[in-house]
Design a binder for this molecule. Structure first.
Ligand SMILES: Cc1ncc(COP(=O)(O)O)c(C=O)c1O
Length: 378
């Protein structure tokens, strides 16, 4: 089945008990057993829940994966992946990953004996040079948050596979979504999502997901998911499933609007530079065209007036809400250095304080253009 069909039907069938077309919200913590150990596949909802199973199967189908696992947040999913490693292992990561990912690596996991280093993952030579004998995992975010850097996933997978030791290639596919990019098809081992973003799509839940086609990895991650218990509730799973049904149409409109806003911003005298993957000004447009279906709904730009100008724009839009997060139907604006990426201050991952990030929503493009225009003219 094609992606649009999978996004509506994968993992879901009418409820056999009632014929309900939508997957029921199985709001239960436990399941009656007919005899000791005799059950219908569910014992306790930390371990498994039918609404969650539907979501996990749907996510796997969308990413061309065999297995999916849902978590209570994107960070919980990230933490589960890192628990595959042992003290002494090294992780090579992109130098512009989401600020919360960096915080988890440096503040929580480094003290437990994992080592991290960061390189520009758009530069294959830096990746080759950054891998060590004790590297167990390569963490990629593409497009990255907030600079929309695009890394060549297939080329990186080839580098990793050449190494003697096993190195897991993990791709955070939150910005692209499986509609635009499917990293497992390009050689990745695990794909991560913050389902809070485009998959949920309506800014009403916090969730995360992992998908893989490797059965051993799946079993290990499922063990971690159950042992730690950072699982989403059934209502949140239902909302993500519902959001996914419109993912393809939403991503088309997000991208159409973002593309036109990028055109507008590139012409604007107050703007120094614009980052949008499908624009010729983007340094990795050729890679983006190869591995993504369209440029997505995220873009960022640097104000000529620096930090003050960036803050002024972000505080003066009316339609673009000044808020963290992304991927919902409504447009959002933020200043990463002071908001989503504040935890990178003083580190090599520090973000330009004059950078503004937009999550372009589904409002009419003329209203979005008018709103940015008036904010920029302040
Ligand atoms: C690229 C990316 N990955 C992971 C996360 C973490 O997800 P969550 O907020 O659902 O924990 C975020 C959150 O903003 C993100 O932007």
């Amino acid at each position: 089945m094609k992606f649009e069909t999978l996004s509506i039907h994968a993992g879901q069938q009418p409820d056999p008990a009632t014929g309900a077309v939508m997957t029921p919200i199985y709001q239960t913590s436990t399941y009656v057993q007919e005899g000791v150990g005799e059950h219908k596949g569910y014992e306790y909802s930390r371990t498994g829940n039918p609404t969650r199973s539907a979501l996990e199967a749907c996510l796997a189908a969308l990413e061309s994966a065999e297995f999916g696992l849902a978590f209570s947040s994107g960070m919980a999913a990230t933490d589960a992946v890192l628990r595959l490693l042992a003290p002494g292992d090294h992780v090579l990561a992109g130098n512009d990953v989401y600020g919360g990912t960096y915080r988890l690596f440096e503040r929580l996991l480094r003290p437990y004996g994992l080592d991290f280093s960061y390189v520009d993952t758009t530069d294959l030579e830096q990746i080759s040079a950054g891998l060590r004998p004790e590297t167990g995992l390569l963490w990629l975010e593409s497009p990255s948050n907030p600079l929309l850097n695009v890394s060549d996933i297939a080329a990186i997978a080839a580098i990793v596979q050449e190494r003697a030791q096993e190195i897991l290639l993990v791709v955070d596919n939150t910005f692209a979504t499986p509609y635009l990019q499917r990293p497992l098809e390009l050689g990745a081992d695990i794909v991560l999502h913050s389902t809070t973003k485009y998959l949920g799509g309506h800014s009403d839940i916090v969730g995360g997901a992992l998908v893989t086609s490797d059965e051993d990895l799946y079993q290990n991650l499922a063990f971690i998911q159950n042992a730690v218990g950072a699982v989403p509730g059934p209502l949140d799973c239902f909302l993500v499933l519902r959001g996914i049904k419109t993912l393809p149409v939403r991503m088309e409109r997000h991208a159409a609007n973002a593309d036109m806003l990028a055109d507008f911003l590139e012409q604007h005298p107050a703007v120094e530079s614009v980052r949008y993957p499908f624009h010729p000004s983007h340094p990795h447009m050729d890679v983006a065209l190869r591995q993504m279906l369209n440029g997505g709904g995220m873009l960022s730009f640097v104000m000529r007036g620096g930090e003050q100008a960036a803050r002024r724009v972000a505080e003066n839009t009316h339609l673009f809400a000044l808020a963290e997060s992304l991927g919902g139907v409504e447009s959002l604006i933020e200043v990463p250095a002071a908001m989503t990426h504040a935890s990178t201050a003083g580190s090599p991952l520090q973000v330009d304080p004059g950078l503004v990030r937009l999550s372009v929503g589904l409002e009419h493009i003329e209203d979005l253009l008018a709103d940015l225009d008036q904010a920029l003219s302040r």
